[in-house]
Write a protein that binds this ligand. Sequence first.
Ligand code: GLN
Length: 563
Amino acid sequence: MGEKELSELGKKSVDSEFFTLIPDGYKKGKTKYIIITGSVISGIGKGTVSSSIAKLMDERGLEVSPMKAEAYFNVDAGTLNPFRHGEVFVLDDGTETDMDLGSYERFTNKNLTKENYITTGKIFLEIIEKERAGKYLGRDVQLIPHVTGETKKYFRKLAVDSKADLVLIEIGGTVGDYENMYLLEAVRQLIYEEGKENVCLINLTYIFEPKTLGEQKSKAAQLGIKKLIELGLMPDIVICRSEHPVKNNIREKISVFSNVPLQRVIGLHDSDEFYEIPLMMKEKGLDKEIFEILNINEKKLANHSSLKKWTESMTVKNPKKTLTVGIAGKYTGLKDSYISIIKALEHCEAEFQIKIKTKWIEATEIETGKKKVTEVMKGVDALIVPGGYGKRGSEGKIECIKFCREKNIPFLGICYGMQMALIEFSRNVLNKKNANTTEIDSKTSYPVVCLLPDQKKIEGLGGNNRLGGFDVEVKKGTKAFELYEKEKIRERFRHRYECNPEFIKEFEENGLIFSGKAPKVEIMQILELKKHKFFFGTQFHPELTSRPLNPNPCFKGLIKACL
Ligand code: GLN
């Protein structure tokens, strides 16, 4: 479809069968699209592959804006249980998103915004509000063209607002799900409207290797791709995930069944070296194939050698030391619930050229008496108590923190972890035996952690934490200042409770230092202890801003204290 036709289509939206909203300033072909879908099974690393492709493009000087299009009805990820869906990643603008956004930010070293994340809930909410306001002018509002039309609008709006050369859209879920069908239909229309040379469709699939057979089987992948083709979507590239390197005959079979040339059927087997994935994909020619499909003149792009250097810097071949970091949480059954913390520790591994082993400490097991603190803390060089909500596990966390404070073991308390440290200090140093947070005990005589003033007025649960990036004033002469080397920093928050301002003075008089405060308002944001190797609590989530080659200072401080 030509530029003019597309803009005509945009104008026709109300009284015809067409409903294609073209945002102001949109120029067809200026931004190209890479769409990533998954078939066969979920959990095969679609987020990592998408981030790696973004990195490959970014390396060549192309401006990439990645988007996750989620199929669930939640308006954002704020109300999702991290135990089921992995961590909630908070953007600087306060959007609560899927953990894949964290992966995009880390791989492209960019801050993303609410425009980089859409969900069925967000789109449907907007459509229903528009319908109630009479904006569809008497039309029956339909999946096609309205839902698909509104969806394409989000794709194009990101193209205009980000001014990116490439918008990379990861479609949530698996091909064949009911719920993402409308997203795939929107993609089909987008390809028709934008033209083949402007959209590159990549399908990520899985090659099974049943133990009983001892050989790779491609049937499931073939059926998955067939399902995609049935929806009118011909993949340009197929990436085959597998346990072992994908055999050539398997790639050939996929090629025959999907009309994708052999060099565009790319094997990507499991690797222990996470940071080598972009380079692995590059060595298989993935970037070149994308340039060819999208008609991008590679000769005009920046020359790159930095990916190799980045990969080398991020891969630790000969660790100088091995450390064990304990993480005391309650979602330890699912590592994805703390993925950014794991990544921040990986960034430290590269920085210090060491190996960090994580030891998951299930806090509930300590409070129920199933395990002793001394037992779980055995061999632990440093402890992290991550963010959390609610009662379960809190007493176990407090016991672990007491152990660290008394035994001089480096400790980093994040958000809830910092609040637990305040409770521990109140109970065991200030002798306020039933000190607590009002989140757990609303009638405690020592509410050392209480609701933030703004949170008292709010009802309901969705999107009402204190969210996003805020400035923090760092006090000179403290550990925090030593780590950040700045008086003003910016970090990301997600909380409803805070250190009760009424107790600040008493804490300070007894040796606790509040080294980070919010400007203008009385919100304590960093706490630390003197005469301790490293005892540090942050009301913010330092893991959200840690990046490869630039670990967050709080994590650096924790690890440095162990070395
Ligand atoms: N539940 C605590 C609060 O709302 C801590 C939140 C968190 O750790 N993200 O303040």
